[in-house]
Design a protein around this ligand. Structure first.
Ligand SMILES: Nc1nc2c(c(=O)[nH]1)N[C@H]1C(S)=C(S)[C@@H](COP(=O)(O)OP(=O)(O)OC[C@H]3O[C@@H](n4cnc5c(N)ncnc54)[C@H](O)[C@@H]3O)O[C@H]1N2
Ligand code: MOO
Length: 400
C-alpha cells in the first residue's frame, strides 16, 4: 500500500469499481447533461421534401433565366397545393416545401416582381439548386442520428426532438453525498474561533458536479471523530458515491481510513502519484464507491477533476469519461518534472499558458485565478517559453 499508483491506473481502477447506473427514460427537453444509453434512430426524414433555404421564388431549374408567372405561395408550414407548371413561379419562404415540379429557388433580391410577373434582375443561382435543401439531406427515417454514450447538450436536444423523440434513454443520476470534516471547520455564516476556517470543499465540489446530472447532498462540517465520520458514512447508505475531503493523510486526526474500517468498507487503494492530491483514497461498500479526497482545497479540486468527475460521467454512461488535454504554448520555463504527475494551476489566455503565482495546495486565491491545469507527466524534461505543453481547460472551456 506504500507505492503510489500512477494517475491513469488509479482512474481505471476507480472506474472498474462502479457499473453504469440503471437506464430510465427522460423527457428530451430535460435531458441536458445526460448520456444516451442506446443509439437513436430517426422517426422522420428531414427535410421531408425538397425545401427552400432562402426567401424568393420557386421555379424550374431548366427555366432559371425566367421570366415567370406568379401562381401562388408556398410558406413554411403551408405548402402550395398545386404543382408548378412550365413558366410558372411560386413565392417561397425559408423552410417552405418546394411545390411539385419546382427544383430551384431564385432569391428575392435577384428578382423584380410586378403583379403576377416575376423577372430575373440579378444573377441566377449557381449551381441552380443552390438554395434547395434536398429531401433527407439532414437525415432520413431510420438513420442513426445519435450514438450511445453521446452527451446530450442543446444541439442533441434539438436533433432528438426533430427526429421525433419526446423521451430519451439515459441513466439514473447518481446520488452523491459530500462530507466536510475537520475540527477546524465552521460552516458558512458562522463566526470562526481562533484557528478555525470556513468549510469550503463541500460547496466547491457541489459546484464542480453541478453541470452533471446528479443528486448531491452535503453533510457537515463534522468534528474530527471516527464515530461522527462513521455515522455519516453509515447514514449515506443509499448514496451511490460518498466523497469525503480532508483526513485522508497520515496525521493523528486523519480519520477517514479508520472510519471506513469501522463501517466495514473495503479500502481499494490509497495514495496516487499525483501532485497535488497524493493522499487520495478509494474504498467500496457493496456497490457504493467512497472517495476520500485530500483536504487541501487545490488537492481536493484537482483530484475531483481527475477522479470524481470521470467516475460520475462513467456511471452516467459516458464512453470516454476522462478529461481531455489540448496543446498550448508555454509562457515561462518549467523545471524537470518530479516522480508524481503534476497538475499546475495555470492561466491560459487563448494563446499561451503560465502557472499561477503559487502552487501551494492550500492557496485558494491562486486556485481561483487559474482557468487551466498544465499537465507534467512524471519525469518530463524541463521546458522553455514557446515550448508546447498539454493543458486541461477548466470550467466552460476556460472562458469567463
Ligand atoms: N507527514 C505528512 N503530512 C502530510 C502528507 C504526508 O504525506 N505526510 N501529505 C500532505 C498532503 S500531500 C496533503 S494534500 C495534505 C492532505 O491531508 P488530509 O487529506 O489529511 O487533509 P487535512 O489534513 O484534514 O486538511 C488539509 C488542509 O485542508 C483543509 N481542509 C480540510 N477540509 C476542508 C474543507 N472541507 N474546506 C476547506 N478546507 C479544508 C484543512 O483545514 C487543512 O488546512 O496533507 C499533507 N500532510
Ligand atoms: O500533494 Mo498534497 O495534495 O498537495 O498538498
Amino acid at each position: 500500500m506504500n507505492t503510489l499508483l500512477p494517475v491513469a491506473e488509479a482512474r481505471a481502477r476507480l472506474l472498474s469499481l462502479a457499473a453504469p447506473l440503471p437506464p430510465e427514460n427522460l423527457a428530451t427537453a430535460e435531458a441536458s447533461g445526460y448520456f444516451l444509453t442506446h443509439h437513436l434512430k430517426s422517426r422522420v426524414t428531414r427535410p421531408e421534401g425538397d425545401t427552400s433555404s432562402m426567401d424568393g421564388f420557386a421555379v424550374r431549374a431548366a427555366e432559371i433565366e425566367g421570366p415567370w408567372r406568379l401562381v401562388g405561395e408556398s410558406a413554411a408550414g403551408r405548402p402550395l397545393d398545386r404543382p408548378l407548371g412550365s413558366g410558372e413561379a411560386a413565392r417561397i419562404s425559408t423552410g417552405a416545401l418546394l411545390p411539385q415540379g419546382a427544383d430551384a429557388v431564385v432569391i428575392k433580391e435577384d428578382c423584380d416582381c410586378s403583379g403576377d410577373r416575376v423577372e430575373l434582375s440579378g444573377s441566377p443561382p449557381s449551381p441552380r439548386t443552390r438554395y434547395v435543401r434536398q429531401a433527407g439531406s439532414d437525415f432520413a427515417i431510420g438513420d442513426t442520428v445519435l450514438e450511445p454514450g453521446t452527451r446530450i447538450g442543446p444541439a442533441q436536444i434539438a436533433l432528438a426532438l426533430s427526429a421525433g423523440h419526446t423521451h430519451l434513454p439515459v441513466r439514473r443520476p447518481p446520488r452523491i453525498v459530500l462530507i466536510d470534516s475537520g475540527d477546524e471547520l465552521c460552516a458558512a455564516g458562522c463566526e470562526p474561533e481562533r484557528g478555525q476556517i470556513y468549510a469550503s470543499n463541500g460547496p466547491m465540489l457541489a459546484a464542480m458536479l453541478a453541470p452533471l446530472p446528479c443528486e448531491v447532498e452535503r453533510v457537515g462540517p463534522l468534528p474530527d471523530s471516527i464515530d461522527a465520520l462513521a455515522n455519516a458514512i453509515g447514514a449515506a447508505s443509499s448514496a451511490d458515491i460518498i466523497v469525503t475531503s480532508g483526513g485522508a493523510s497520515v496525521g493523528e486526526h486523519d480519520l477517514v481510513r479508520p472510519a471506513l474500517e469501522n463501517v466495514g468498507a473495503k479500502l481499494d487503494f490509497w495514495r496516487v502519484a499525483v501532485k497535488p492530491g497524493k493522499p487520495l483514497l478509494v474504498a467500496t461498500q457493496g456497490k457504493q464507491v467512497i472517495l476520500g479526497l485530500p483536504g487541501n482545497p487545490a488537492s481536493a479540486y484537482v483530484t475531483a477533476y481527475l477522479f470524481l468527475l470521470p467516475l460520475v460521467r462513467h456511471v452516467l454512461g459516458a464512453l470516454d469519461p476522462s478529461p481531455r488535454v489540448i496543446p498550448a504554448r508555454l509562457e515561462s520555463p518549467l523545471p524537470k518534472a518530479g516522480v508524481r504527475a503534476e497538475y499546475l494551476r495555470a492561466k491560459w489566455d487563448g494563446n499561451t499558458v503560465a502557472p499561477v503565482r503559487t502552487q501551494d495546495s492550500g492557496a485558494l486565491a491562486a486556485l481561483a485565478a487559474a482557468n487551466a491545469l498544465i499537465v507534467r507527466e512524471p519525469g518530463d524534461a524541463s521546458v522553455e517559453p514557446g515550448d508546447t505543453v498539454f493543458i486541461h481547460l477548466l470550467e466552460n472551456g476556460a472562458i469567463a
